[in-house]
Design a protein. Structure first.
Length: 258
């Protein structure tokens, strides 16, 4: 079933449509940094492109867009991901990787491409679904962990297996042209937004790193060691990049028992 946005999962623990953020009181059609409560952490976008600083080589800072409670207009520059898909994309059959997604038009670096949308699950339901899979099943469940300054880790589990959007057909690459950023609009439940890591030509397949490495940062020795674990259960990678790790990224936490 197609859905452009996240929906509540079967466990019903999390409602991604709930509005819990207060809106800004800006009276202009487009909010201004430092005067808008939604932009107190700095400007998010510049001409629709995600704004990055020199310090953001490996990790992304939080992105909060203006929401449905804000006084600013729909044309506000701090409303990008919530507007949804803006480019013409095509789902196609690849040679070795099953279905994939390619763009039918040029995408500039930093532009929002699409969201990875599906059922928002709690940890227990995500683990139950993972453990019920066989070696022949395709896994679409993604686990996103955000590390806070307090040391706390926020986890988000999205499963587009039964309800989702075009993002479910994106393939992994060890040298991807997209990267994922959690973007929040109405609540703390993030939208898993995929942005262009580089200029992308028309006809080029779109991909991101399933392990969550940000902005094509080099893999560390620690990351390489984790990639070498449990190879018997992992699936081969066919991305064909020069730095291919041979296997798709593996997260064993959802397979562990309580």
């Amino acid at each position: 079933q197609y859905s452009p946005d996240n929906v509540a999962g079967a466990d019903g623990d999390i409602d991604p449509t709930e509005i819990t953020f207060p809106g800004c009181s800006c009276l202009t059609s487009s909010c201004v940094v430092h005067t808008c409560s939604c932009l107190c952490r700095g400007e998010n976008y510049n001409s629709l492109c995600l704004r990055l600083t020199d310090k953001e080589e490996e990790y992304t800072r939080p992105v909060f867009e203006c929401n449905s409670m804000c006084q600013c207009g729909e044309s506000c520059q701090n409303r990008v991901v919530q507007r949804g898909l803006q480019f013409r994309l095509e789902v196609f059959k690849t040679e070795k990787k099953g279905w994939g997604v390619r763009t039918l038009e040029f995408i500039a670096k930093g532009r929002f491409v699409c969201e990875y949308a599906g059922e928002v699950l709690g940890f227990n339901e995500a683990r139950r679904r993972i453990q019920a899979q066989t070696s022949k099943d395709l896994n679409y469940i993604i686990a996103v962990r955000e590390h806070l300054h307090s040391g706390r880790i926020m986890e988000t589990f999205i499963d587009p297996t039964y309800i989702g959007n075009v993002g479910r057909f994106l393939n992994h690459s060890c040298e991807p042209n997209l990267f994922m950023v959690p973007v929040r609009v109405d609540s703390m439940v993030p939208k898993l937004a995929l942005f262009a890591a580089t200029d992308v030509s028309a006809g080029e397949e779109l991909s991101y790193d399933y392990s969550g490495r940000f902005h094509n940062s080099p893999i560390t020795n620690r990351g390489q060691k984790s990639l070498e674990e449990d190879n018997r259960l992992r699936k081969p990678c066919y991305c064909g990049s020069r730095t291919c790790a041979s296997f798709l990224p593996w997260d064993s936490s959802l397979f562990s028992t309580p």
